[in-house]
Design a binder for this molecule. Structure first.
Ligand SMILES: [Zn+2]
Length: 278
């Protein structure tokens, strides 16, 4: 079911990990950002849009993780975009013939595996580096690219609607998950990304994270502060006082403490190896 979060901006929340697909109304149809995860949910979304008489005219994936790269044939054949780095990363991954099998085996939780089709995974075109806006005929959607969570990750600012689509940043249910592959200073990358988002916070009335609850203007700084505190705790190997990894976490993601422990471990190993504080 689609829920309006601002004028001309609607979301569809998945049962999987509170993933938010975002629909933005344009002149001739809609822009669909991170379309969703479960096949049934995407077909529901496609029929909702058909009922509204709104074809999908463009798609966008905020970053190259499987749960943001899916698509369903019923959503049509509109061009799908990502940043140049995001698309290059996806292309490199999918050039390995075993890539989809590996995603299916290692990344998709077994309880939903039967409901996720990887057929149209990652068929995105990279927008040239430093592209400032998504090319389409709707309200201006500004691309705020940064490192930290994944290569070529983009948050999107729909300025005239006051909406920030944050991708996998600023979630109230998931802790910051750092990109620890091939990055010299993952913690600094993440902090830089938070600063970048802080720079546009004044323009945001509605915050839509890739996973979790939609927040109002007051949530933008609160979540930036919470994520920064978590990343600082990680850097100094402190136990974070973060409600998202406490046993009583509201959403009960029981795998999060494990993610936290792995991040700590890998940062410690990295510091040992190349001497930089993580
Ligand atoms: Zn992600």
């Amino acid at each position: 079911m689609l829920r309006q979060v601002a004028e001309g901006v609607l979301i569809h929340q998945s049962e999987f990990c509170q993933s938010n697909a975002v629909v933005v109304h344009g002149q001739e149809g809609v822009l669909l950002i991170d379309p969703g995860v479960l096949g049934d949910e995407m077909t529901d979304l496609a029929s909702d849009l058909r009922e509204l008489g709104q074809p999908v005219v463009a798609g966008f994936s905020t970053h190259p993780h499987w749960d943001h790269l899916l698509w369903h044939a019923r959503l049509g054949a509109a061009p799908r975009y990502g940043t140049a780095r995001c698309a290059a990363f996806v292309r490199a991954q999918l050039s390995d013939a075993r890539a989809k099998a590996r995603i299916a085996e290692q990344l998709i939780p077994p309880d939903i595996a039967g409901q996720v089709s990887l057929d149209l995974l990652g068929l995105i075109a990279g927008l040239p580096a430093r592209t400032a806006r998504i090319p389409w005929d709707g309200p201006e959607v500004r691309i705020i690219e940064h490192q930290g969570h994944a290569p070529g990750h983009a948050a999107l600012l729909i300025g005239e609607r006051g909406v920030l689509v944050a991708g996998d940043m600023l979630s109230d249910v998931l802790i910051p998950m750092l990109d620890l592959n091939d990055t010299a200073d993952p913690v600094e990358d993440y902090l830089a990304a938070l600063r970048l988002l802080e720079g546009v916070a004044g323009e945001v009335d509605v915050l839509v994270p890739g996973h979790g609850s939609v927040g109002g203007a007051d949530q933008v700084h609160a979540r930036i502060d919470q994520d920064r505190a978590y990343v600082h705790a990680l850097r100094h190997a402190h136990v974070p006082g973060d409600p998202r990894v406490s046993p009583s976490a509201r959403y009960g993601q029981d795998w999060l403490p494990g993610v936290h422990a792995r991040q700590l471990q890998r940062l410690a190993r990295k510091t040992e190896r190349d001497g930089t504080p993580g």
